[in-house]
Structure formats: structure tokens, C-alpha cells
Design a protein. Structure first.
Lengths: 342, 112
């Protein structure tokens, strides 16, 4: 695994990456497309790319004094995350113990009797494609024609009233009569338009109902899928539990795990670490703990049996890394810090 | 009241959050559907939901159902008679045969 940060290149199976936020590291892992060359990975501390041994040096050599293309932002060269890696991408895990264990189980290729059902429902869902029905235009048209009809109706009534009043006074009514006739004609036209708009809206509503039948069906399937996935996670978590209990012995932290995920009691970080340990991850995990549980990233990688990118606790302001050509300063984080923080 | 019906998980979730945040405007909840108060604010809440989730939200406006204005006497009488007199297992269509009560097919085509 290789990390490029601030123009420096760091290598190893476990790498301490100071001065970078966990979010940036997670992002870099998500974006990594793979290792350009197979690197000889050891359990030792991350070391600089000063290895010019033709046997082991990658063919595309990079010089650490060339500025990194992203100008100080971190980039990671490692196997990319596979599907389902997401819950295990960062420790502390941001999910329940059951979900974490299920993800670990999936990473090991574990299957459940529900998987075929789940695939079937997923396929059914994919086939559903409810059409869009534009009711808004029809509603707007109805409102507009309705308003117009209403206005004209009032106008006609008002003209009739005036006409009646004038007749009583024996005053001239010709112009008014003409206006009334014309307005009544407009009213009739407006009424026809409003009725047409009503019918158009009704047709669209019928189409919308058909579309909603499909949406309804889709929602039902979505719920069915969620339920089955939840059940599958419960099965996987239970299946992984014995391995998880064993792994708890090999990671820092105290816990009394009980017999199943419900019975777990103890240090949630220990649970997260044990979950990572039993998973078979290709992509690295970002370790961002508040207190130091491991002396360095390399040791973390060994105990977690995973590639680890560690944000060193309380070291974020210090710039650490390897100056090219200086064989004396190996990257060993926590040089100047010892033991867990108080 | 303003009837709001959701047709997706996301829309249903938003509706739940909206109801929790604006209990005073909720007249009745049915899980994925709700009756909002017929106020401008109720309309506002409904429109917000539709703006966010498009056609996964259906908005309707209810009116109090007055059977005395909307429904012919013969139909009201038929409903009462069916419940009071019919055998519990007899479908209405069968019950209506040989009576003055309207047959259901004739009712289905008629607008209320």
C-alpha cells in the first residue's frame, strides 16, 4: 500500500498519516483505483521510496521531490474497496455491532439461505419503472380557466344588474345590451374551456392512479427487501460471532461478549477492532481513534490483520514523513509519544 | 383536511419527520399517509413534501361526507337494511335480489 501526501510517499501495510483528516483518508480510499505495481509489503514501519534495488523497485519509479499532483491532498494506492466494504471503512465503526459483523461476514464470502430471495426481490425492483404523469400542468390549466370563467360570470351578472336598472329608468340600453351579449358569449367559451380542462385533469388523474399502483408495488418490495436484508444480517452476525469472540482476545480492549451480538457488553472500540480483524478486507481501513491503542500503524495492521491507514492520535499538527535521501528518519509514529493519552 | 399519501421509503421517512415536528397540524396519522389540518400551513407542509419527493407524494383534499346531500335515500336505506336484516354470510348482491333495493352493478357506474 502506498500513500502520497504533501509530496511525500509512504509505504507499508500499516501507514500513519498525520496532518490529514479521517474524512479525507476515507475519501482517498474510496477513490483509489488499485496498486500500479505490486509492492513488497512488510510488517515493518512504513519506509520511504528510496529502494533502488532493481529486484523490488517498481518499474514506474517516482521521486519524492516531485510535488504530488493534487498539491498536498492525500492519495492512496491500494486495492480498491469491494462492494459491502462501506461499513468497515473507518474505525470507530459508524454502525451497529450486528451490521459490522454482517459486513465482515460478507467480506469473507459468507452467504445465507436468504440470499437468493434477496436477489430475486432486487431484480423485481429493478424492473419496476413507474411513469411520470404531469398533473401540475393540468391543475394549473383548470385553475386558470376556472378563474376566468368565474370573472366573466361575475361580469355578466353585474351587467345584467346594470341593464335592469337602466330599463327601469327608461335610459338607453343599447350599448349595455351589446356588451352583455358579448360578455355572455365569452362566458360560454370560458365555461367550455373549463370543462375541457376538468376532463383533461381527470384523464391525467386516472393515469396517475395507474402509475401509483406501480409505486405502491415498489414500496412494498422495498420494504420486503429491507426486511430480508435485516434478517440476513442477523444470520451473518450470529454466524461470525464465535470468530469475533476469539478475535476479541487479540485486540486491545476489554469486553464480555456473551453468546450473540445482543449479549455483547464492553468496550465498543474493542468490538470494532475485532470486527475488522475477522473481516477479509482488500481495501485499507482508516483508523481514527481518540486514544492510542497501538504503538504505530504497522502494529495495528498486524493485530487487525488488515491494511490500516492510521490518523495518529494527537499528532495531527505535526508533519511527519520521510525526507528523501535521509535514511535515518524512518516513519515511526508516536516516536515522541508513549502510551495512551491521559 | 389535506390527505397526504407517500409512495416511497424516502417520502415516508420525510412524512414521519414532518409529523413529529408539526404535531399540531396533524389531524390523523396512518403510517405512510396523514390528514393535515385544512389550513394554509397544512397546505404548506403538504406542498413541501411534494416538492421534495415529486410523484411519490399524493395530495388530496377531503370534504366532510354528508350522506344526506350526496347519496340518494334508496342507497342509504339499502345500506341500513343490509346490515340489519341480511344473513351475515350473504353478499349484498344476493340480498338485493327480489327486493326494491338497488343492485350493486347499477350503483357502480353512477357518479356521486
Amino acid at each position: 500500500m502506498r500513500v502520497r501526501v504533501d509530496g511525500r510517499i509512504l509505504e507499508g501495510r500499516g501507514i500513519d498519516v498525520p496532518g490529514v483528516t479521517p474524512e479525507a483518508l476515507v475519501q482517498a480510499v474510496q477513490e483509489c483505483s488499485g496498486i500500479s505495481q505490486e509492492l513488497p509489503e512488510t510488517d515493518g514501519p512504513a519506509r520511504s521510496r528510496e529502494d533502488h534495488d532493481p529486484e523490488t523497485a517498481p518499474l514506474s519509479s517516482r521521486h519524492t521531490d516531485r510535488p504530488s499532483p493534487s498539491g498536498g491532498v492525500v492519495s492512496v494506492e491500494a486495492p480498491p474497496p469491494r462492494a459491502g466494504h462501506e461499513p468497515l471503512m473507518r474505525v470507530p465503526l459508524n454502525c451497529s455491532l450486528r451490521r459490522g459483523l454482517a459486513a465482515a461476514g460478507r467480506s469473507c464470502g459468507t452467504q445465507t439461505s436468504l440470499d437468493r430471495d434477496i436477489a430475486r426481490v432486487e431484480q423485481s425492483l429493478e424492473r419496476l419503472d413507474p411513469p411520470n404523469v404531469d398533473l401540475e400542468t393540468a391543475r394549473r390549466q383548470l385553475a386558470t380557466t376556472g378563474d376566468r370563467e368565474e370573472q366573466l360570470r361575475e361580469r355578466v351578472a353585474s351587467l345584467r344588474g346594470k341593464l335592469h336598472a337602466r330599463r327601469k329608468l327608461d335610459a338607453d340600453t343599447e350599448t349595455l345590451k351589446t356588451e352583455l351579449t358579448e360578455t355572455a358569449a365569452k362566458l360560454s367559451e370560458a365555461e367550455t374551456e373549463r370543462i375541457a380542462a376538468e376532463q383533461a385533469l381527470q384523464r391525467e388523474r386516472d393515469r396517475a392512479r395507474d402509475a401509483r399502483d406501480i409505486r405502491d408495488n415498489r414500496l412494498e418490495l422495498q420494504d420486503e427487501l429491507a426486511n430480508r436484508r435485516r434478517s440476513a444480517r442477523a444470520i451473518l452476525a450470529k454466524q461470525m460471532y464465535p470468530a469475533f469472540v476469539a478475535a476479541l482476545q487479540r485486540v486491545p480492549g476489554e469486553a464480555s461478549p456473551g453468546h450473540d451480538p445482543v449479549g455483547f457488553d464492553g468496550d465498543p472500540i474493542a468490538a470494532d477492532l475485532a470486527t475488522i480483524r475477522i473481516a477479509q478486507l482488500a481495501a485499507p481501513t482508516v483508523l481514527a481513534l481518540e486514544e492510542a491503542r497501538f504503538a504505530d500503524a504497522a502494529i495495528a495492521a498486524e493485530q487487525l490483520d488488515a491494511r490500516v491507514l492510521r490518523v495518529p492520535p494527537h499528532c495531527e499538527d505535526e508533519v511527519r514523513g520521510i525526507d528523501s535521501g535521509n535514511p535515518d528518519s524512518a516513519t515511526r509514529s508516536n516516536d515522541n509519544h508513549s502510551g495512551p493519552s491521559s | 383536511m389535506i390527505l397526504t399519501v407517500t409512495y416511497s421509503q424516502e417520502a415516508r421517512r420525510t412524512l414521519r419527520n414532518t409529523c413529529r415536528a408539526h404535531e399540531e397540524t396533524v389531524r390523523r396519522r396512518f403510517g405512510r399517509a396523514v390528514l393535515f389540518a385544512e389550513t394554509v400551513f397544512g397546505a404548506f407542509l403538504a406542498l413541501r413534501l411534494r416538492e421534495k419527493h415529486g410523484e411519490d407524494v399524493q395530495l388530496e383534499r377531503t370534504v366532510p361526507f354528508n350522506e344526506f346531500s350526496a347519496v340518494p335515500e334508496s342507497v342509504r336505506a339499502a345500506a341500513t337494511a343490509y346490515v340489519q336484516e341480511a344473513n351475515p354470510h350473504t353478499p349484498y348482491a344476493k340480498f338485493a335480489v327480489g327486493t326494491d333495493h338497488p343492485d350493486p352493478r347499477s350503483l357502480q357506474g353512477r357518479e356521486l
